[in-house]
Design a protein around this ligand. Structure first.
Ligand code: 2M8
Length: 433
């Protein structure tokens, strides 16, 4: 903890650290008690960002625990299952994915077969940047230990997910975006031809997504699983294939981080720098929409940009080389009545004026701490302290008012979803530090 915190900040810090301590299993942090009992990929990234300020030993173990689940082709799965829990602890559990039947999946742990936004190298670098001089050597050793796995992860993304060799990576399931039921996916999900009877149970206690959404999610997994999660199948036949701005901004930020890590441990940063340049150009060429002044997702099945404008479209602010005109357009839209301008507690996940906006609807409107944190970092990176302070201040107000909830009403700050949600607590530690 830093010494310069006020009394109120110290109380918030202790509460946040308490949530992370309670959700620690001994090798990783569950996203929340009850609802999410396994290890999730980007949750562990955000938890690591906070643990870097609180317990760096646990931040290291968190990342190592996640990479235990890495497949031979480099895929870092979005869930690493805790094998000691009963089958019904979470749906869908390991039986849907059947990673044990995949030759490239690890033998000693069961996992999903999808990814999540690849912020892992950024988390590893952040951990190093938070090290005290006394911790520096150990921190470099940790980077050297994780580096080969991070390189494999990025190789997987470039080799298996850059479907058109254009520089960006594609997702093949809404779960890979981290924003399960974003209105962005309504059109591609609505176009799926589902078999007549499906089997996904209605999930309780989340109000959303619905059972019908789950039918579509499960159906997409079934298709991928039957195809052995092969990139050739994804590219040629899978019905959901999308280049998403948040995922690609995460990929770009981590590619830059990988170059920095390579330098720190005496490896060659040049291939990572070259790749970062390629991703930067592709983000602008393929996903920037000057008409709306925002980045939008591209559906590779018809080659068109999807009509939806949401918080994911601002996350390319993480790109340090974004042209000034693009940054200005993004900030104008962010501050407009469609986003921060009309929300007491920005930033809503969905354009408030979009008919699909739902103030309590999970990824269809509420404010989330992790997206605010990503935009805060992006604003800092572009030398926009007023925007950064706005994001930091409103995020801290949310948790002061409603606790470390999963997501929040963007108008009145009411907390929703699970309580004691790990990434809400972890990112508050980083905001306070
Ligand atoms: C949510 O996703 C899972 C599926 O992976 C679910 O709905 O059960 C999302 O909010 C996702 O971003 C998050 O990583 C996960 C665990 O917190 O929950």
């Amino acid at each position: 903890m830093t010494a310069r915190l006020t009394g109120d900040e110290t109380a918030l810090w202790n509460a946040a650290a308490g949530v992370l301590d309670a959700n620690w299993t001994g090798s990783a942090t569950i996203p929340s008690p009850g609802l999410y009992p396994h290890q999730w990929s980007w949750d562990s990234v955000f938890v690591g960002m906070g643990l870097a300020r609180h317990r760096r030993d646990r931040a290291e173990r968190e990342l190592l625990s996640l990479f235990r689940g890495q497949w031979a082709d480099g895929l870092v799965p979005h869930i690493v299952f805790n094998g000691t829990l009963p089958r019904h602890a979470y749906f869908p559990g390991p039986d849907l994915w059947r990673s044990d039947k995949q030759p490239g999946a690890p033998h000693d742990v069961r996992t999903s077969g999808l990814t999540q936004p690849p912020l892992h190298a950024l988390a590893a670098l952040h951990l190093h940047e938070c090290a005290t001089p006394a911790e520096a050597e150990r921190s470099r050793d940790f980077l050297a230990r994780l580096y080969p796995a991070l390189v494999e992860q990025h190789r997987y993304l470039a080799r298996c997910r850059d479907m058109e060799d254009g520089g960006l990576v594609a997702i093949c399931h809404p779960w890979e975006s981290g924003m399960d039921n974003s209105p962005c996916w309504d059109r591609p999900l609505g176009a799926l031809q589902l078999p007549p009877a499906l089997y996904a149970p209605q999930r309780i206690p989340q109000p959303l997504p619905t059972g019908e959404d789950y039918d579509r999610y499960v159906w997409l997994v079934t298709l991928l699983r039957e195809a052995g999660y092969q990139p050739g199948y994804m590219r040629d036949a899978h019905p959901f294939l999308i280049e998403d701005p948040l995922v690609n901004a995460a990929y770009l930020a981590s590619t830059h981080a990988l170059a920095e890590i390579a330098e720190i441990i005496g490896r060659d940063p040049v291939p990572h720098r070259e790749r970062a340049g390629h991703v930067h150009r592709a983000l602008l060429d393929r996903l920037w929409d000057a008409g709306t002044g925002c980045f939008r997702a591209r559906d590779l099945r018809d080659g068109r940009l999807l009509p939806f404008v949401g918080v994911a479209g601002f996350v390319p602010l993480l790109d340090p080389e974004l042209p000034g005109t693009v940054v200005r357009d993004l900030i104008d839209l962010l501050l407009s009545s469609r986003f921060a301008g009309a929300a007491g507690y920005p930033v809503p996940t969905c354009d408030i004026q979009d008919p699909a906006f739902e103030r309590g609807g999970y990824w269809r409107g509420p404010t989330w701490i992790n997206t605010n944190w990503l935009l805060w970092r992006g604003a800092l990176g572009h030398g926009l302290p007023v925007i950064a302070d706005l994001l930091r201040g409103s995020t801290l107000r949310l948790v002061r008012q409603s606790g470390f909830r999963e997501y929040f009403d963007p108008f009145d700050g009411t907390g929703r979803g699970s309580h004691d949600y790990s990434w809400s607590a972890a990112l508050v530690l980083d905001l306070l530090a």
